[in-house]
Ligand binder design. Structure first.
Ligand SMILES: [Zn+2]
Ligand SMILES: [Zn+2]
Length: 349
């Protein structure tokens, strides 16, 4: 018995000595740093270029209302060596990098409308894919107005692109690939890019006009990203039989509570803003019927107005919703195997 204690003691002493060497000596710290950097830079959470899976990755789940650590509106749709980003809200670029997406393969950014929470990271999205080795100009799709938004970002980043090409050379960062290229979409007209069929459709985000959502079809699977809309039935035809619907969602009880707090504090500006917001996002209790009638297999809510800050807030947000409806977070990934009917949901960070 005594011998066992001696052996255990020696083992613990050895472990403590090893921990000291690893954390307190230059050699140990350098070893740990190299391992950490290799993991951070090279490990990828999934095979993004698998051609047999339609993947949907939430790179931004927040709306501008409320305070949260999350990025604003951003959804990646990937299949094989092609992927798209729907909207580029603040903070989303960091999530693209965290997910180790092959940024050189970015085939286009699709904008739903031009509210700041959907476009503010557009310049950085272009930059990281250019630096990542993209070989053609980045196409930015959107309704009327996309030209002026893209021109503005191109102008704002013009000096930055010059510095980088001068510093790293035009072979590594070709200047003609640097500026983005606007692509005006036509409502209801299907675009074919690689194996993807993409269909934009009008949504009601009044007084913001135009505002659109997008339907993606790939190898027998489909996903619809609603953009910002109040979920009127008019969008239901675009949803018909889709596998996965990612929809804008507003919690009426939470926004009412915020409005009452603002009124009690005498903040009349905030009261008016919250009243206005109530009218142009989808209330959670309106979504279940729309998606059920359209035959949507899975409904997931993003662009959360506001992002629930804790478990109690999430319960309030979910009030009246069937348990199978998901509230997404940054890092949520939906895997839809080609020509099947299953959907796997994972959280990659
Ligand atoms: Zn909006
Ligand atoms: Zn928005």
């Amino acid at each position: 018995m005594k011998k066992a204690f001696v052996i255990l003691g020696m083992g613990l002493a050895l472990l403590a000595a090893a921990a000291l060497v690893m954390t307190q000596t230059s050699w140990g710290q350098n070893f740990l740093m190299k391992r950490l950097i290799a993991t951070t830079l090279l490990d990828t959470p999934m095979a993004w270029d698998d051609p047999d899976v339609l993947r949907v990755f939430v790179c931004g789940s927040a709306s501008p209302l409320g305070v949260s650590e999350r990025a604003q509106s951003c959804i990646v749709v990937a299949g094989g060596s092609t992927f798209f980003i729907v909207d580029a809200g603040a903070g989303s670029t960091a999530n693209l990098i965290r997910a180790r997406l092959p940024m050189r393969n970015l085939a286009g950014v699709l904008l739903t409308h031009f509210h700041s929470d959907h476009i503010s990271a557009l310049g950085d999205t272009n930059l990281v894919s250019w630096v990542g080795g993209r070989t053609a100009q980045l196409d930015v799709y959107g309704p009327e107005g996309v030209g002026s938004v893209v021109d503005g970002f191109n102008k704002a980043y013009a000096l930055d692109r010059t510095y980088r090409t001068e510093h790293h050379g035009s072979e590594l960062l070709p200047p003609d690939v640097g500026p983005m290229r606007p692509q005006l979409i036509a409502m209801g007209e299907v675009m074919e890019v690689g194996e993807f069929s993409i269909r934009p459709f009008s949504v009601d985000h009044d007084p913001v006009r135009p505002a659109v959502g997008y339907r993606f079809d790939y190898r027998g699977r489909s996903v619809v990203v609603s953009g910002d809309t109040n979920a009127l039935q008019s969008t239901a035809t675009a949803l018909r039989g889709t596998d996965l619907l990612l929809h804008d969602a507003l919690s009426r009880p939470m926004v009412h509570a915020m409005r009452d707090a603002a009124a009690t504090a005498g903040n009349t500006r905030m009261v008016q803003i919250l009243d206005d917001i109530l009218e142009y996002h989808a209330h959670t209790d309106s979504l279940t019927d729309v998606s059920r009638e359209a035959g949507v297999a899975m409904l997931a809510l993003y662009h959360l107005v506001p992002v629930p800050a804790n478990g109690i807030a999430e319960s309030i947000f979910r009030r009246g919703l069937p348990s199978e409806i998901r509230l997404v977070d940054d890092g949520t990934v939906f895997n839809l195997p080609a020509n099947a009917d299953t959907i796997e949901v994972v959280q990659i960070f």
